[in-house]
Design a protein around this ligand. Sequence first.
Ligand code: ADP
Ligand code: MG
Length: 340
Amino acid sequence: MRGAMTEKFISIEGITRRFAAPGGGATTVFEDLWLSMARGEFTCIIGHSGCGKTTVLNLLAGLDQPSEGTVIVDNQSIEGPSLDRAVIFQSHALLPWLSVKGNVAYAVASKWRRWRRAEIDKQAQTFIDLVGLTGAERKRPAELSGGMKQRVGIARALSIEPKIMLMDEPFSALDALTRGTLQDEVRRICLETGQTVFMITHDVDEAIYLADRVLLMTNGPDAVLAEIVENPLPKDRVRNEVHRHPRFYGVRNHIIDFLVSRSKNFAGDMKSNDYDRRRVPVVRPGAPQVGSTQPVSFDTTDPGQAWGPMQVVAGGAPVTPSWPGLIQDLHSGRSKTGPG
Ligand SMILES: Nc1ncnc2c1ncn2[C@@H]1O[C@H](COP(=O)(O)OP(=O)(O)O)[C@@H](O)[C@H]1O
Ligand SMILES: [Mg+2]
C-alpha cells in the first residue's frame, strides 16, 4: 500500500506549456509531459539551454500554470505557490536587512504562524547548523561569500520542511571548490532528512553524484523527456571515488552522448520506435536495461572514451574535455574542473 503511494509522491500528468509567440500564434515548450517521482527521491533534469527545464520547475513550484494537464504533490493538485515546496535559484534572494538567523527565522515564521519566538529560533538554528553556518548567525548577507549566501538559501528552504525542494542550477554561480563542498552538504542533508528533490543542472558530473535518476530532456520547442537514466552507482557513493566506479563512464558517456547528438534527433527517432509519453523509457547504463522499449548501446568498460577527442557542443561552442574532474558546463560552453 505504502509502496504504491510513495511511487507517485509527485505526479506530473500530461502537462503542456505554451507561450504566445511574438508574431502571433503560440510556441509549445513541451506538450503532454508525464512523470512521477517517489518520496525521498533525488531527481536531476538535464537538457540544453532553452528546452524548458525552468518551465517544468516553475510548474512544480506553482509559480506558473500549465496550459493543459495537472501536477499532483502528495495527492493534492498544485494551485499556486505553497510553503510545502521550497525553491532555490542560482541567485539566492536573501533579505539584505536581515541577519542569517533572521532570514531563516522569517521563513520558519511564515510557515508556522503560531509558533513562539523560542520555537522559531530553535528551528532556524537547527538548519543553520546543518548547513555549516554555526557562528555566522548575526551576519548580514552583504558580509557573506557567495557560497555562504547559498548556504543560507539552502537552510531557509530546508527549514520549512518542504515536501519537495526545487533547485534551479543552485551551484552554477559558485567556484568549483565551493560548489563541490555544497554538493556534499546538500547530498548529506537530503539523505539524512529523506528530502525529495527536483534539481536542474547543466553539469553531468554533478547529476551523477547527486541524483537517483537523471531526466534527459530533448531540445525545444516541443521538448520531450527522452529517457530516465537510473543512476547505477551505489547510494553510499563518495565524491572522490565516484569516477573510479566501473559504471561511472558508462552513465557519463550515455548522458553526454544524449546531449551531443540524441537531444537534437530524438523527435525523428520517436516516430520510428514506439516512444510512449506516459512511459518514458528507463535505462540503467552499464547494466541490462529496465523497462526500455529501445535498445541503447554503450560501452561501460572503456574509460578511454572520456579521454578521446570527443567534443561537447553547446550553444555552438566546442568544448574539449580534460581530466581530472571535468565538469561539462553545457550552459556556458566552458569546461571547468570539478569534483576530484
Ligand atoms: N514567460 C515566458 N514567455 C514566453 N516564453 C517563455 C517564457 N518563459 C520561458 N519561455 C520560453 O520557453 C522556453 C523554455 O524556457 P526555460 O524553461 O527557461 O528553459 P531552460 O530552463 O531549459 O533553459 C524558451 O524558449 C523560453 O524562451
Ligand atoms: Mg533554466
